[in-house]
Write a protein that binds this ligand. Structure first.
Ligand code: AHR
Length: 307
């Protein structure tokens, strides 16, 4: 933080307060809302001046935001890339302008690792694996095929790619477990609902929904109930995130299992940003700690969940 006295708070020199440009994905989910709040509150606490933009899930908007942060000569750029590919050009522009970049939440697939300083966020493959492992255990006594439908996250995004991969890896040990349909619901509630409506129309016998986030699962619940079936019983539901609405549905028996993905990245992000701006070294990868929740566990923690 600033020593205060004498720092006129004017443009640039005289103040040691750092300025961060943050290019957010959008406001697609409860998770994203909690993440935005965490970043904004932590910036305030850490005395970091935050320039914030919402890309409405469009890569071109994020690229524009990053270019404007370069033009404004911010001290550090942080962003959560909506998709994995296509970032090299704009990241090179930041590098040429000597503005360090921190990836938060989602990764890029750039081969040149010097284009960013560090990546703070979850291990999405691990999350998908945990979802699959629960289903393998839950299906132990089943004798018939278990028909799974998958509602993927945003096409081309790191969490969609990685959760799909982790889940597939975990369930391949049991040939009874079969993914019969898989489609993107764009990480939104309305997307999850639409995709589930189509799945229900085209498949008479769905046993399990694996939704890549809570919001899609909550949308799927609406579609399942509208079709006269009981979510959590007739059709089991597994999701990822553990936001308030998801945890409520889990406590009520409408979801069967949730893998946690923590949106509370703000404090760690500000700490990393200060180090990077000060020229200190930081680990190239910081993985978020996460757990999982059964229905019973959700009931116990619901009242104290902060988001
Ligand atoms: O990148 C994290 C994912 O993005 C969350 O799981 C999802 O809810 C969000 O939209």
């Amino acid at each position: 933080g600033s020593a205060g006295a004498g720092a006129a708070g004017g443009s640039g020199s005289g103040s040691d307060k750092i300025t961060m440009g943050f290019a957010q994905v959008g406001a697609e989910s409860g998770w994203r809302t909690a993440n935005t709040k965490s970043v904004q509150e932590s910036a305030k606490k850490a005395g970091v001046e935050l320039k914030f933009s919402d890309a409405q899930q469009k890569q071109e908007n994020q690229i524009k935001a990053i270019r404007s942060y370069i033009q404004q000569k911010v001290d550090v750029i942080a962003f959560s890339p909506v998709v994995e590919s296509g970032w090299d050009t704009v990241l090179k522009e930041a590098k040429n302008a000597k503005i360090p970049v921190i990836l938060t939440d989602r990764a890029v697939d750039s081969a040149d690792k010097s284009l960013y300083k560090t990546f703070l966020g979850s291990d999405f493959v691990e999350e998908g694996k945990k979802a699959g492992e629960w289903l393998v255990a839950d299906s132990k006594s089943a004798t018939d095929t278990v028909n799974i439908v998958e509602i993927q996250g945003t096409t081309g995004s790191a969490p969609a790619n990685d959760r799909k991969e982790g889940f597939a890896e975990a369930i391949k040990s049991d040939p009874k477990l079969k993914v019969i349909a898989s489609q993107s619901g764009d990480f939104t509630r309305s997307g999850g609902k639409q995709v589930m409506e189509a799945f229900l129309k085209n498949n008479a016998d769905i046993d399990v929904v694996f939704a890549h986030n809570d919001d899609e699962g909550l949308g799927a619940i609406e579609a399942i109930e509208a079709a006269g079936k009981v979510p959590g019983k007739d059709i089991k539901i597994i999701t990822i995130d553990a936001v308030k609405d998801g945890m409520t549905a889990l406590s009520n028996g409408k979801i069967n299992f949730i893998v946690e993905c923590s949106p509370m990245l703000g404090d760690q992000l500000m700490e990393l940003a200060k180090k990077v701006v000060a020229g200190e070294s930081v680990p190239e990868r910081v993985v978020t700690e996460e757990t999982t929740f059964t229905q019973e566990q959700a009931k116990q923690v619901l009242a104290t969940r902060p988001y």
